[in-house]
Design a protein around this ligand. Structure first.
Ligand code: NG6
Ligand code: CA
Length: 499
């Protein structure tokens, strides 16, 4: 009898073991879909009533929608640095908004998300916006542009160097400018103009989009940019076609790499300025170009998801959707973003926006989707993009060099409700602290407003303490009335910051 029981027990254990294994594939494709400046309130799945984003909503409603999902920072370069390295960007003094000519700020020796996945046998690719610098300080735009994404873990990289508003306005294909005519070399400078080249400042008659602040250097396709550029005519992108171009690249990447696990970082350029919807999306939102490019991005994501389905990989793919920082309306061009906003609230229920330490700066849409694996739902757990490194290492079963990244795999999969205990968020080099329901912003010198954009930075000469549960809008500063909590949070924050 004892023997029979033992045999039975072993048989059951084997069955359980087998079924667990079968239900737990450890090498799904991983896709990070990353938008640029999309706010918490910009999606209908996140409460927007004035704009329809059915394709992203399908991810949110068919996956796990996080209400406390964070970028590390309220601007682009630092958030992307955090996402790809798992390190708080404020630890790297170079992780600031970069000009298009800046050198690569990720060390080629450093651990990265794509390197970790490569060690697990993945093929890796970035398609879209880069903005983490290129070259080593003396970049050869007409030759091999290196080091860059290929040197920090991406097998394939088809990128725009910085942002759509910055020179060089060309695509870079694995370190070489796509379509560059060697007889028409390209020159890029952020210091001075090239002789005879028109600029937004001196030649407004040549512009079709007017600059409001910042963007008055070289004019490309009628749009004045940041930075100067000369030559490379044949390689220059067409702004209205960027979304379609990247979409065709991600679709063909999936088609040609679907037979073994891949990691694809699809970094869309919308709704960052200049907002240039393809003509078929113009007027679709009734909100001007900012709304139109959100609808365009939503369409791209729908088409991309269709490809995953058609190629038969949807059930074997984990999709993470998010944005690099909160929203901004006027970010340097007259494009009706403010005038045609109507009742739309890109910040959702939060205060601040891009450039801000208030919640709308870093609290962004954050969705995990895996058909058949992640049970649809809403999670209020606090998670941050910085956690993908440790979490995905856990998923694929390799060791990662982990610094600030926390293993949140169970949370991202909807198996655990408790997320991060705390988080340090960053805006233009200044940091603030989130813990539980609390948001603590230290006293800083500086401007309370990003004046050009009309966004509150949250910089103030006094300490700020908010209870987000009762005061999601961060209007009621409790720093004076609750010094005990303030001191406690300040001590924890300083321990993390190492100050
Ligand atoms: C700012 C630019 C803004 C935008 C931003 C980068 C000015 C005054 N403003 O410095 O237009 O380009 O940088 O945005 O020049 S981000 O999303 O890539 O961080
Ligand atoms: Ca951004």
């Amino acid at each position: 009898m004892k023997n029979i029981l033992t045999t039975l027990f072993i048989a059951v254990m084997i069955m359980v073991g087998t079924s667990v294994k079968a239900a737990d594939p450890t090498k799904p494709n991983v896709i990070v879909i990353y938008l640029d400046d999309l706010g918490y309130g910009d999606l209908s799945a996140y409460g927007a009533t004035e704009i329809e984003t059915p394709n992203i909503d399908a991810l949110a409603n068919g996956g796990l929608k996080f209400t406390q999902g964070y970028a590390t920072s309220s601007t682009c370069t630092p958030s992307r640095y955090g996402l790809l390295t798992g390190i708080y960007p404020w630890r790297n003094a170079k992780a600031k908004i970069l000009p298009g000519s800046a050198p690569l700020i990720i060390s080629t020796q450093q651990e990265t998300l794509p390197k970790m996945l490569k060690r697990a046998g993945y093929q890796t690719a970035v398609i879209g916006k880069w903005h983490l610098g290129l070259g080593d300080g003396n970049v050869d735009w007409n030759g091999h542009i290196t080091p860059g994404p290929n040197e920090v873990g991406f097998d394939e990289a088809y990128i725009l160097a910085a942002t759509q508003d910055r020179t060089p306005t060309v695509y870079i294909d694995n370190g070489y400018i796509d379509g560059l005519d060697p007889n028409d070399p390209i020159y890029v400078s952020y210091e001075k103009n090239f002789e005879g080249e028109p600029t937004g400042k001196d030649n407004p008659e040549l512009t079709t989009m007017k600059w409001h602040h910042g963007h008055n250097n070289s004019i490309v396709n009628g749009i004045p940019r940041m930075g100067f550029m000369k030559g490379g005519e044949a390689a220059r992108w067409s702004d209205v076609d960027i979304a379609d171009h990247f979409l065709s690249k991600v679709k063909s990447y999936v088609k040609s790499h679907k037979d073994s696990p891949f990691f694809l970082y699809y970094a869309l350029q919308q709704p960052h300025v200049p907002r240039t919807p393809h003509p078929r999306f113009v007027g679709k939102s009734g909100m001007g170009p900012r709304g139109d490019v959100i609808i365009e991005a939503d369409w791209c994501i729908g088409e991309f998801m269709k490809t995953l389905e058609e190629e038969g990989v949807l059930e074997n793919t984990l999709v993470v959707f998010s944005s690099d920082n909160g929203p901004v309306l006027n970010d340097g061009y007259y494009d009706d973003a403010v005038e045609k906003l109507g009742k739309h609230r890109p910040t959702g229920p939060f205060r601040g926006g891009k450039y801000s330490m208030f919640e709308a700066g870093t609290r962004v849409p954050f969705i995990t989707y895996w058909k058949g694996r992640i049970k649809p739902g809403v999670s209020d757990a606090m998670v941050c993009q910085i956690d993908l490194l440790a979490s995905l290492a856990k998923l694929v079963g390799v060791q990662a060099e982990v610094n600030d990244s926390k293993d949140m795999l169970a949370v991202l999969m909807g198996k655990r409700k408790k997320g991060r205990k705390n988080l340090v968020v960053e805006a233009n080099g200044k940091t603030a602290y989130r813990k539980g329901n609390w948001a603590m912003i230290p006293a800083y010198k500086g401007s309370p407003m990003s004046w050009h954009s009309g966004v509150e930075t949250a910089i103030a000469p006094e300490f700020q303490l908010y209870n987000l549960k009762e005061d999601v809008m961060q209007k009621n500063n409790l720093a004076e009335s609750n010094p005990k909590m303030l001191n406690k949070l300040m001590a924890e924050f300083e321990a993390i910051r190492g100050t």
